[in-house]
Design a protein around this ligand. Structure first.
Ligand code: ADP
Ligand code: ZN
Ligand code: ZN
Length: 810
């Protein structure tokens, strides 16, 4: 039998099974197998066959973990595509795809769930593990196996996870509440009247127990499951009484899972579309007749979500599943809430910030095509779920770079992988954005995608008025206070006077990105990375944003000893402080990576802003993603230039997208919003295009540049990165690779070059880029690259170098 293991080996691996096992096993079931030096992994069955492997002796499997497949043929096919397109192993895709609770292995570390304290729910083996975890904070599954003196422990672990007794590492673990309720039922032997009468007379001396049984019958008449808590309360008995009855085998305790991810509102009907939305809706359906993919270019607040909802509704009517992809789910509680008011309990949310049990639950619900998993709302990893009956995929904010996974492998773009997924299911897919990616817009122009646009904001809301403020001039005229021009301050004051809210955008977090000594020019660097440390004033710390290194802010210069350390540049924290001084009577909030950690971090801040508890919200580009506030009349961008000065071919496109998206947060019914952009370069073409919201112009100019400099969408890119702690090794490796690749691809190999941060976590980094012309076959290119990679890895000195391939790199 062939299986795929969740490790980066290129091939499937063969194990031996008995005839009986072979008859039971199906493609897509999990088995536990040992691999390498005694490690046990969860593997997925790919194929059952009679061919023994040539090069090694097939080992026996440890055990079968599923009764029925938990991975579908669709998924395996899709994963194979991802593996071949993004040049990684199937095992790496498999590891990324499955929630960790479905992927137990001997090195998996388990912890005790502190909230669990009810031993009565455990059987003997489970109790042993529970007890072991009282003495040790963590144990591995290997140790569980030692404690129980047996090898087949995965089912026990699974039970313990299900009962919320333990959890697994890797989890973002916050406020974990086991959603299991304890219920009581009568033992089966009392199912007839006679034995029941006998029981009651036996209990006549134990008044409380007698009462408990009678009360049970009272409650039981409603035919609903009876909670242990309710029985105790109703009968006025203590849990000791109940326990005694359980020990006498009169009652049994059991658990029922309360739905973790349920929605308690009632569903409302869809809003009726306005004429423009109606038109877009019918155009989309028309395009779908001919094409699988449609790009919806709808300006901010045009009501794209309402149009999607109508499309989703049709799919549900037809009994199909829908996948709704969002760039970052933590930021989009608003959309979740909106869709839930329409579709109620037919929606499940899938996201890596959810606990392991929640993710497993969603997995099974999708697999079983349950009513509550008809619509899956998720970030990029939701493309890995076991859909069987997909009718539509919505990719909202399709231009967002967070759809692309950088690290670890598979480095996939969820938008592109979703297109392939839709095709496999013969489903339709709609890509939506106010600022489409050049790639998608280009594909639409080439008629590869259908195209529909929505150019009216919903209601009477006008597009905001966008003004560029020249910082050079302001500086010259001494009209700057800190980082604020007098104009921007005046606008803020006006908005506040009207009791309206303000959003201020600054693309950097922290207080200031650079600390520099004014005497000698020294600036403190991260010891692990090649980058200056960022000053965080609130904590009086210097931090590295690449490796999380942190140290106290020194009082004097580490090089010359003078106490002339000064800060350069500015981040959100500094803006927040300046605002507090400038507007002491107002509430200032800040939203960036530092203030939004944890599962509910975003929600708290967004909720407070929605509730108008915050007057001015300062934030990074998180603010540009899918938020809809009804009282914001001003958006200020403090410094547009740092977005434009990025050494990246997509920098201008990105800058345009971010600025237009944050601008879109401004404006309310009946009143035009304002946007003020501060810059030292008001003449910059991108800023001019933002000011007039001229997407077409931006598109055409950028496209010219892409063609001229051979970038996507004309040329495809594969980026190769080598990493090692020894600089000379990386250097040797990259030069070898460069020459070899050049021999094959000639002028289309760029590099070698060091990225702007050329050392991270003590690993030196060098890059190469292969550009693939439009007519060159992508798959042939990859084949050649793979061959060269194999040769590279066969060279002894190079073996320890990390070799990273990023297809369609960002
Ligand atoms: P987009 O996603 O295009 O930026 P939204 O879908 O968020 O726009 O819509 C903007 C606002 O207009 C939302 O508050 C939404 O509730 C409202 N809206 C949009 N379309 C309708 C409609 N047909 N009926 C009522 N309200 C609508
Ligand atoms: Zn100095
Ligand atoms: Zn660092």
């Amino acid at each position: 039998m062939d299986v795929v293991l969740p490790i980066p080996i290129q091939k499937a691996y063969t194990y031996a099974v008995t005839e009986q096992e072979a008859a039971f096993l199906k493609k897509g079931m999990r088995v536990a197998v040992s691999f390498g030096s005694n490690s046990i992994y969860t593997a997925i069955v790919l194929e059952i066959h009679q061919n023994a492997p040539m090069l090694y002796e097939a080992k026996e499997i440890h055990q079968i973990l599923d009764e029925t497949p938990i991975v579908s043929e669709f998924q395996l096919k899709h994963w194979e595509w991802i593996s071949s397109y993004y040049m990684c192993s199937l095992g790496e895709v498999f590891r990324a795809a499955l929630p960790s609770a479905l992927l137990l292995e001997s090195e998996t570390v388990i912890y005790k769930n502190q909230a669990f304290d009810d031993e009565s729910l455990l059987n003997d083996e489970e109790f042993l593990i529970f007890e072991a975890l009282q003495h040790q904070s963590q144990i591995t599954i290997q140790q569980v196996s030692d404690i129980l003196g047996k090898k087949k422990v995965m089912p026990i672990i699974n039970q313990l996870i299900k009962k919320s007794v333990i959890y697994i590492k890797e989890e973002i673990y916050e406020q974990y509440k086991p959603k299991l309720e304890k219920y009581v039922r009568l033992h089966a032997k009392y199912s007839d009247d006679q034995s029941l009468q006998k029981l009651l007379s036996e209990l006549s001396n134990a008044k409380k127990q007698h009462l408990a049984v009678l009360t049970f019958f009272q409650l039981n008449s409603s035919k609903k499951a009876i909670k242990a808590k309710d029985l105790e309360k109703k009968a006025g008995i203590s849990s000791a009484v109940l326990k005694a009855l359980v020990e006498k085998n009169v009652f049994e305790l059991y658990q029922l899972q309360v739905d973790r991810i349920s929605f308690d509102g009632s569903s409302n009907s869809l809003k009726s579309l306005n004429e423009f939305q109606e038109k877009a809706f019918s155009e989309i359906k028309n395009e779908f007749k001919e094409k699988e993919i449609v790009l919806l270019h709808g300006i901010t607040s045009s009501g794209k979500t309402e149009v999607y909802s109508k499309l989703i509704d049709e799919q549900l009517q037809a009994g199909k599943q829908v996948l709704f992809l969002l760039p970052e789910i933590a930021l989009t509680t608003q959309i979740i809430t909106r869709l839930q008011t329409y579709f109620g309990n037919q929606i499940s949310v899938f996201h890596s910030k959810y606990s392991m049990n929640e993710r497993v639950e969603v997995w099974h619900n999708v697999l079983d095509n349950k009513p509550k998993a008809q619509i899956i709302l998720g970030a990029r990893s939701a493309i890995f779920l076991p859909f069987s009956n997909l009718g539509l995929i919505v990719v909202d904010e399709e231009h967002e770079t967070s759809y692309k996974q950088f690290d670890p492998s598979p480095r996939y773009n969820a938008r592109d992988a979703a297109i392939v997924l839709a095709k496999m299911h013969q489903a339709k897919i709609i890509l939506g954005s106010a600022t489409p990616s050049l790639e998608s817009y280009f594909n639409a122009k080439q008629q590869k995608y259908g195209f529909v646009s929505l150019h009216k904001r919903f209601g009477e809301v006008k597009m905001p008025k966008i003004e560029l403020i020249d910082l050079k001039e302001k500086q010259h005229k001494k009209q700057l206070k800190g980082h604020f021009s007098d104009t921007l301050l005046q606008y803020i004051q006006n908005a506040l006077d009207q009791k309206e809210q303000v959003i201020l955008f600054q693309n950097r977090r922290g207080f200031s990105p650079i600390v520099e000594c004014t005497s000698c020019g020294f600036s403190p660097q991260c010891p692990n990375c090649d980058v200056s440390l960022t000053y965080h004033k609130f904590k009086q710390e210097l931090r590295c944003h690449y490796c999380s290194y942190q140290r106290a802010m020194p009082n004097s210069c580490g090089a010359c000893g003078s106490n002339t350390l000064d800060t350069k540049g500015f981040g959100t924290e500094q803006i927040e402080l300046e605002l507090k001084a400038l507007f002491p009577d107002y509430v200032i909030g800040r939203m960036d990576l530092d203030t939004t950690r944890g599962k509910f971090g975003y929600q708290k801040i967004i909720g407070a802003f929605e509730a108008r508890e915050i007057d001015i919200l300062v934030g990074t580009q998180m603010l540009s993603k899918g938020l809809d506030f009804d009282n914001v009349s001003l958006v200020g961008i403090l410094n547009a230039d740092n977005m434009l000065n990025f050494p990246d071919f997509r920098a201008y496109e990105r800058a345009y997208q971010i600025m237009v998206q944050v601008s879109g947060r401004s404006g309310r019914a009946q009143k035009q919003g304002n946007v003020a952009i501060q810059t030292y370069n008001p003449e910059h073409p991108i800023l001019q295009q933002v000011a007039s919201t001229d997407y077409e112009k931006m598109f055409h100019e950028q496209l010219q540049e892409r063609l001229k400099f051979k970038y996507p969408p004309y040329f495809r890119l594969i980026k190769i990165t080598l990493k090692h702690k020894d600089y000379t090794k990386v250097d040797l490796g990259i030069n070898w690779l460069f020459k070899t690749l050049q021999g094959v691809f000639g002028e289309h190999v760029l590099g070698p070059s060091a990225p702007s941060v050329s050392r991270i976590r003590n690993q030196h980094i060098k890059n190469l880029v292969i550009k693939i012309p439009p007519k060159q076959s992508l798959s042939a290119t990859k084949k050649q690259l793979q061959k060269i990679r194999n040769t590279f890895e066969a060279v002894k000195e190079f073996r320890s170098i990390r070799f990273v391939i990023d297809v369609d790199a960002y």
